[in-house]
Design a protein around this ligand. Sequence first.
Ligand SMILES: Nc1nc2c(ncn2[C@@H]2O[C@H](COP(=O)(O)OP(=O)(O)O)[C@@H](O)[C@H]2O)c(=O)[nH]1
Ligand SMILES: [Mg+2]
Length: 315
Amino acid sequence: MKSGVIALVGRPNTGKSTFLNAVLGESISIVTPKAQTTRDQIRGILSDERGQIVFVDTPGIHRAREGGINAFMMQEVKRALEGPDLVLYLVDPFSKPEAERLVLEVLRLSEAPVLPVLNKCDLTKREPERFEWVATYFEECRTVLTGAGVEVLSPIQISAEKKTGVPELVTGLFDRLPDGPPLYEDPDALTDRSSRFVVAEMIRKQLFMKLGDELPYSCAVEIESYREDFKPVAIAALIYVERESQKGMVIGAGGKKIKEIGTAARKEIEELLGERVFLELRVKVLEGWTSESRKMKQLGYEFDGKGTRAGKERR
Ligand SMILES: Nc1nc2c(ncn2[C@@H]2O[C@H](COP(=O)(O)OP(=O)(O)O)[C@@H](O)[C@H]2O)c(=O)[nH]1
Ligand SMILES: [Mg+2]
């Protein structure tokens, strides 16, 4: 049996979480049209007769000021590059070499081989000349990374959304991985994260879908209580914002907005859990939490190389 860990890295919005969900056939990592939705690393586990691949989804690589939530996200990317068997470097055809070079800076540190993957190839059929930069850039990528001692594999193209090339890629990945026992023994486990975490993420997804451009970046979700012994399952969650003025925006006139968010989130949670759910949402202000590490830690976004949301879940 094959066994190994594969990190998914790339700029924000390149389809890393979409790819993970496509491979697993189940939505465990949230996907939205907005950049920087994923904040923590999240592992997706693919087990079949060939063996087990653990995919590590990560936040998008971007420039981050020290100490804040964006720096936490970059820490999560760097942690994912510690020790995988292979790195999938996802590139969006509408990106630019200047933006991608930021990823090269991070990938230079990789000890594992890097496989460049052009995603969203369903969008490149028309105006192919527009995407000629990719081949040139992948050459640059090979030169730079090889120069830094990183092995680079031949680039491939996929569409994570349409699943084009995805089964073939997975077969290729199994072929490359070493023989070994599975990292996770439960053959039905899809992720290393608890259902509490995934539920909190689904609520966060709806904040991205239903709120204005900037507001979701000021939001965090904490599960206050999760009662599986109740029917329907009773979940109470707190949505944290960072300013008093944001509270009203999340709640909306007459509570309309938060109701909309709650209904959409509940439907997805019910689909995930396969049973009915009662979801209660409340909004609370944690002044300036995205830029204060003590408050971030309170919400599970912890700096120290180890403390992650998973760490918080165990406490
Ligand atoms: N057309 C197309 N859109 C995609 C594809 N993969 C992802 N997307 C879209 O790109 C956006 C960002 O995807 P997401 O998985 O959240 O990107 P991430 O930030 O890298 O995790 C979403 O709107 C996805 O639906 C693809 O193969 N084709
Ligand atoms: Mg993502």
